[in-house]
Design a binder for this molecule. Sequence first.
Ligand code: URA
Length: 203
Amino acid sequence: DLGRQEFGPAPDSLADLATGIAGCRHCAIGCNGTRAVPGEGTRRRAFMIVGEQPGDIEEMEGRPFVGPAGEVLRSQLAAAGIDPGQGWLTNAVKHFKHQPTGKRRLHQTPTAGEIDTCRWWLDRERELVAPRLILALGASAARGLIGRTASVQRERGLLARQGDTDIWLTCHPSYLLRLDGAAREAEQTRFVADLRGFAAALA
Ligand code: URA
């Protein structure tokens, strides 16, 4: 389709892909002056974990999942026996959408249209990384992977099969950070249970 042609030739390496996302101006987020954050990790029949978009710290450091949500993710992956270094960490949207209020930049959720635009890059990344299993963290990640809005509450677990790749869905770790007390405990327990299910599928 036309939208796809506008992106030009597909990158043939992950380095090219990183250059491509850095220069991408196909949506308003790409035009906001922030730096794109490429995925990182191990490729080839391993696993991929997909978040929504880089946060404040990720944008500054240029690496995925190195801020507060990343800390939650990494500690819960450890609890489930998954070493993130053995897979590929990335995001559905490559730039940081935010409100530039005061000195802290406040996260803004990307629109379905922005996620769909950035899907061109995620698709190329999936071709280059060739994961066997993919874990979507939250609804934005799911949309980037399957092209429709999914409900974490109703569809968590095995979400879709695309060719020989299974897509799993759980909540985004920043959802846990927005809860307290018993609600947080309960959701954290479900999150680790989902990660354990994903680990079992990987084994
Ligand atoms: N949240 C995400 O979805 N991705 C990151 O890289 C960091 C926080």
